[in-house]
Design a binder for this molecule. Structure first.
Ligand code: ADP
Ligand code: MG
Length: 277
């Protein structure tokens, strides 16, 4: 893969932003501040990585962004407006705008739902219920080919018949059909082999380029974040200790924590050569 073209998204319309977003678990002696007053601004079409070690609060923040967990404090804005998730109807509406891919693709899935019906559901959710059957098949075929899967070979199969990498690609095919404004991917490649990892990252970049989707990519791997993102937020103990253009953060890190994460990656400044992965 060639060097990514870096673009300044700071003037692009705001997609998702937050002020003082905080999540506390437990009380008294057991009190744990998992996410501690974070501010962020994610723009349309921006590829953002949130980087931090295990336990730094990434998944807790992801769940708040998705509206699966309420924040203890702070505000989240969707497309510039204060997010309102009161009531099922508003939640459903919000989830048209934001979708997720998780670490373990099998955990999200009803194992007994066939793959074609997984994809068909996406078309129906996007208001395509009454489309002719041939059109639906055409859309599913296109989504599969976007992620290098063959629709004809998937019909009548179950998710557990796929490998982890294929399953994650199927998840990307779902996103391709659902076309949310934002895709949140929480460590989507940490359970797949290195070869599938490179392919999946490539597909996420293509997805952003083709659809203009905002991608929020969560990882513990700063090298990977550098390779894939426009903007990086570094998270330590629930706080953002540093953020900025991927290059600036990596080449000129300010926080000690960032410096330590970088020093753990042997060859971060060398361009990745995916052909040898
Ligand atoms: N439901 C919960 N109840 C209590 N503590 C939690 C809960 N979820 C997460 N935590 C704690 O919050 C911190 C951040 O966890 P998490 O967001 O999963 O981090 P990461 O995804 O970066 O590994 C950890 O110390 C974790 O133990
Ligand atoms: Mg996590």
């Amino acid at each position: 893969m060639s060097e990514q073209e870096r673009k300044d998204y700071s003037n692009a319309p705001m997609c998702l932003s937050g002020k003082g977003v905080t999540r506390v678990f437990g009380i008294g002696d057991k009190k744990k501040v998992a996410v501690d007053h974070v501010d962020f601004e994610f723009h349309e079409g921006e590829f953002v990585s949130i980087v931090g070690e295990s336990g730094s609060g990434k998944t807790t923040l992801a769940k708040m962004l998705l509206g699966l967990l309420s924040q203890t404090e702070g505000e989240i804005y969707f497309q510039g407006e204060l997010r309102d998730l009161s009531g099922e109807r508003k939640k459903k509406q919000y989830w048209k705008g934001i979708q997720a891919i998780f670490q373990d693709p099998f955990s999200t899935y009803n194992t007994f739902q066939k793959i074609d019906s997984v994809l068909l559901d996406c078309i129906n959710m996007r208001g395509g219920k009454n489309l002719p059957k041939e059109k639906k098949i055409e859309m599913m075929t296109e989504a599969c080919s976007f992620v290098n899967l063959k629709y004809a070979e998937l019909t009548n199969k179950y998710p557990f018949e796929l490998s982890g990498g294929q399953m994650q690609r199927l998840m990307i095919a779902r996103i391709f059909l659902l076309k949310p404004k934002i895709l949140l991917a929480d460590e989507p490649t940490s359970m797949v082999d290195a070869c599938s990892r490179a392919t999946i990252l490539d597909m996420l970049l293509n997805l952003r380029d083709e659809t203009g989707m905002t991608i929020i990519f969560i990882t513990h791997d700063i090298g990977l974040a550098y390779y894939i993102s426009d903007t990086i937020y570094i998270m330590e103990h629930g706080k953002f200790v540093e953020s900025g253009f991927a290059e600036d953060v990596i080449i000129n890190p300010k926080a000690d924590y960032t410096k330590r994460l970088i020093s753990d990656v042997p060859k971060i400044h060398e361009e990745w050569d995916l052909s040898t992965v």
